[in-house]
Design a protein around this ligand. Structure first.
Ligand SMILES: [Zn+2]
Ligand SMILES: [Zn+2]
Length: 242
């Protein structure tokens, strides 16, 4: 890049944000070894929520509480490694890391004929006040890159968040019962989203993009709104599934 950039790299050699090892010239933010260490989900996984299963086509959770979206694909399970990546990308504005993660998500989409034939990509929106504070919407960064790689157009101003919500992770306390947690998360995002322009989604097969799917409450709520506006089918793609 610039002389100053080279000089600073010489004085303060960049190190991997995960393992702290010095980075090679072709590595950015995270070393290749750490990046390749993301535990990618491999079959068998649930045909609905993407979670690894013992071989069943649809997991018990999805049989008991079916999701609104037809299918979800997740790059990784939300363990320690995926959490480090998501937090790095989201909270420290390591946006280029988001692009790298998005390129892996795009590969998953391309491998899935059904989802790859979708009409549009829509990022899960955040409230405009949160966006102003944070400066970016992490889902939009993922969706933009996925759209570029897959050629599926992204629409970004149609699904909007109209109600301010608590961060879903604030309902993850271990003292809370699993069902109570799920209920609180569902209630938190209830009526939080709306479709501004139904024409843009009418009769469309849509991929909704988010960073993490925990109970699926946010993605279910977005899907419900998209169906209400006339969407034909809704799928979801995320970095990590809890
Ligand atoms: Zn590393
Ligand atoms: Zn499932």
């Amino acid at each position: 890049m610039s002389f100053l950039h080279d000089f600073l790299n010489f004085i303060f050699p960049p190190h991997c944000s995960i393992c702290k090892k010095y980075l090679e010239a072709d590595e950015k933010i995270v070393c290749n070894e750490c990046f390749n260490g993301i535990p990618v989900i491999v079959p068998p996984f649930c045909a609905r929520c993407g979670k690894p299963t013992g071989g069943e086509n649809v997991c018990n959770d999805c049989i008991k509480n079916p999701h609104q979206f037809t299918r979800l694909i997740a790059l990784s399970e939300y363990g320690d490694v995926a959490r480090d990546f998501v937090l790095l990308f989201k909270n420290r504005q390591k946006l280029s890391l988001g692009k790298r993660l998005a390129s892996l998500m795009a590969v998953l989409i391309k491998q899935d004929e059904f989802i790859f034939s979708a009409d549009v990509i829509i990022p899960v929106p955040i409230h405009r006040v949160v966006r102003r504070q944070r400066g970016f919407n992490q889902s939009e960064i993922l969706a933009t890159e996925i759209s570029k790689i897959t050629g599926i157009p992204m629409i970004n101003d149609t699904l909007v968040q109209v109600k301010r919500t608590q961060p879903q992770k604030s309902f993850s306390g271990k003292d809370l019962d699993r069902e109570v947690r799920k209920e609180k998360r569902t209630l938190n995002v209830k009526d939080a989203f709306t479709v501004k322009n139904s024409e843009a989604v009418k009769n469309k097969r849509i991929i909704v993009v988010d960073d993490v799917c925990t109970t699926g409450a946010t993605l279910d709520e977005c899907s419900r709104e998209l169906y209400k506006a006339g969407a034909e089918d809704v799928y979801a793609v995320v970095i990590a599934k809890v």
